[in-house]
Structure formats: C-alpha cells, structure tokens
Design a protein around this ligand. Structure first.
Ligand code: KG4
Ligand code: ZN
Length: 335
C-alpha cells in the first residue's frame, strides 16, 4: 500500500510517500519538508494566517517533487493521509482540503491522522522497530506527554505537562535571552559551548510522586539568572547548558519512573525535542543501565514531517479503518 502523507499543522509543509510493501526505513520512498521559519522569524513566532497562505503556495510543488523523487505517479497511490489536528485551524484546513480533493479525484481513501500519533509512530518507521507494549515520551513544541502503548491504536496517558511543553520552554527561554525565533534548537546548540556548573536550575516536580511535568517555572529562573548576569555570549551559553541539563534530567527521571510504573523495558521518544543530542545520550545511558532499549526516529523525523503522517495513515488503512468524505479538522484533539 502506497500512501501519500501531508503535514500542515503549523509552520512546516511536509509531504512523503510510505510504501508498506517495503516496511521499516525502506518503506519511506520519498519525503520533503519545507520550513516557513524565515517567513515567521520577523514576527518572533508563527503568524497563523501567513502559515495557511504559505501552505497553499507550497503544497502542490512539494507533492510533485515528492512523487518525482519516489518515481511514482498519482495513479500509483493507494491512499492520502493528512494531519487533521491538533494544530492551527487554517493551516490544517489547507492540508485537509488538498488531501481530500486529491483522494476524491483519484478515487482512493483519505485518512485523517492525529499529529501526535504521527510523532508517536515515527520511531517504528526505522529498521528494527520496537514492538508494543512500550512507553512513549512525546516531546514537541505543543506537547509533553508520557503514553503507555499497549498496541498501535491503544494509548493510555500516564502523565503530561501542566503548563509549558518542553519545546515551548526551550523556545521561550531562548527568546528571553535574545535568541531569534525559533530558539529551541539554537539554545541547544549554544549549550554545547556552555561551561558546566556555573548556573543551577531546579528539576521541577521530580521530588513528588507522579508522572506530570511543569516547565514554566524554569523560564522564570532563567530570566532572573540572565537579568542578574553580565549578559555576555559566554554567559548565555552557560545558562543554556544549565537549562538544558535541568530539562533533560527531568525528562529522564520521569521516563524511568514511567517505565517502572508500566513494567516496560522499551522507551520510544518522538517529537521535536527528541532531536536534542543530550536527551538522546542521557536516555540511552538510562536504558542501557536497566538492560532496556530506547528508540528514536532519526533527528529529521523527530520534528514535523509528512513521513510520519504517511506511515500512520498507512497503518490505519491497513487496519481497515473506514474513511468518510468530509473535510474535518480538529484544532484541539486528545489522542
Ligand atoms: O515536533 P515539532 O517539530 O513541532 C511540534 O509539533 O511542536 O517540535 C518543535 C519543537 C520546538 O519547540 C523546538 O524548539 C523543539 O521542538 N526542538 C528542540 C530541538 N530541536 C527542535 N528542542 C531542543 N533541542 C533540539 N535540538
Ligand atoms: Zn509536531
């Protein structure tokens, strides 16, 4: 089954083709992502109306490009999967309208995919994929969740953030130290040249039982440290390192606790913050100590992309999920 995946929930237009005849990484026949970062940078954040317009502009050329790369024509597709939510409503409507219209014209099914389920399943697109049951850490700009996956489609929320998502905390912290949008990856890069031990921030909520998170207080701690400092480039890097350590430690502690609570050996990590090098290292060390396993998608499949939507859609179609013809999006949607 060859499925075209379309992602347009925020500021990335992603298009991909996944072919279940191959499986694993080989199933990903082609994938293209166009980032709108430059468009939104001047505004310090995503402007929803501009995002929608840019998705309209880029979708068709990207679909053409992706099909060319895959060596396929539209008539060789068996389905079209699109992100139906959560996300920006106008941006979602662009992808949904496009996907539905294409599927209608080709007389193939269109399938609505939950963006976070796409992230969650992305690690299964790699070779030697993890088998459920496992615990998944979903860490993106909008979500921080621990989920028990009994099998594909059977998800139980174990814990989540009570305020900012981890990626949001990275972005906001970067912004308050004067880094341009989107600051998260830049902050992580700066942390690489930070000197250890000069700043120390708390690990929120680790001393209480439970699997929820809270990252908004860290931002305030950083603000106070930054304001009281010489605000030099080196200090920014030193603070970035202490901040990253605090977030990564917190995530690691809660992941280990979740594995214990769920009686699982396997941890799966997905979402934009899953691209963070230090997080990957620390979780790997933690899993190795327990004799368990941690699985990540390659970094480019951690952040928003069409591949995860094509893959999730292909699994749903293979499972015989029925599809209807309405263009529906769900800006707010629990998985
Ligand atoms: O999954 P994603 O692309 O979009 C959402 O669904 O939100 O995640 C984007 C988030 C942003 O907040 C970004 O700052 C964060 O992931 N991010 C990172 C890194 N790369 C992306 N955070 C920390 N370290 C990174 N290397
Ligand atoms: Zn995402």
């Amino acid at each position: 089954m060859r499925v075209l995946g379309i992602e347009s929930s925020c500021d990335e237009t992603g298009v991909a083709v996944y072919d279940t005849a191959f499986g694993g990484a080989a199933g990903l026949r082609a994938h293209e992502v166009y980032s709108q970062i430059d468009l939104h940078a001047a505004y310090g954040g995503v402007v929803p109306e501009l995002a929608s317009r840019d998705h309209v502009r880029k979708l068709l050329p990207l679909v053409r490009e992706t099909l060319r790369e895959a060596g396929l024509s539209t008539t060789e597709l068996d389905g079209v999967a699109y992100t139906a939510g959560p996300g920006l409503v106008g941006a979602l409507m662009v992808g949904a309208g496009f996907a539905r219209a294409l599927a209608f014209a080709l007389e193939i099914p269109a399938v609505a995919v939950h963006h976070m389920e796409g992230h969650l399943l992305a690690p299964l697109m790699e070779d030697d994929p993890p088998e459920p049951p496992f615990v998944a850490l979903l860490v993106s700009g909008g979500h921080t969740q621990l989920v028990h996956v009994a099998r594909i489609g059977d998800y139980r929320l174990l814990g989540e953030t009570l305020d900012d998502a981890a990626g949001e905390a990275f972005d906001k912290t970067a912004k308050l130290m004067g880094l341009p949008y989107p600051g998260g990856p830049q902050l992580a890069k700066l942390a690489g040249i930070g000197r250890p031990g000069l700043f120390k921030f708390s690990r929120p909520m680790v001393d209480r039982p439970g699997l929820d998170f809270s990252f908004s207080g860290l931002k305030t701690q950083v603000l106070l440290a930054w304001r009281g400092s010489d605000q030099s480039d080196q200090t920014r890097a030193d603070i970035a390192l202490a901040f990253e350590e605090a977030v990564v430690d917190t995530l690691r502690i809660k992941c280990e606790r979740a594995l214990d609570a769920a009686g699982c050996d396997t941890l799966v990590v997905a979402g934009g913050v899953g691209a963070n090098r230090k997080l990957r290292e620390q979780l790997q060390t933690m899993a190795a100590k327990r004799g368990g396993r941690v699985c990540f998608p390659r970094p480019e499949l951690c952040t928003d992309n069409g591949a995860m939507i094509a893959f999730a859609g292909a699994l749903r179609l293979q499972a015989g999920e029925s599809v209807d013809a309405q263009v529906k999006v769900r800006p707010r949607w629990d998985m």
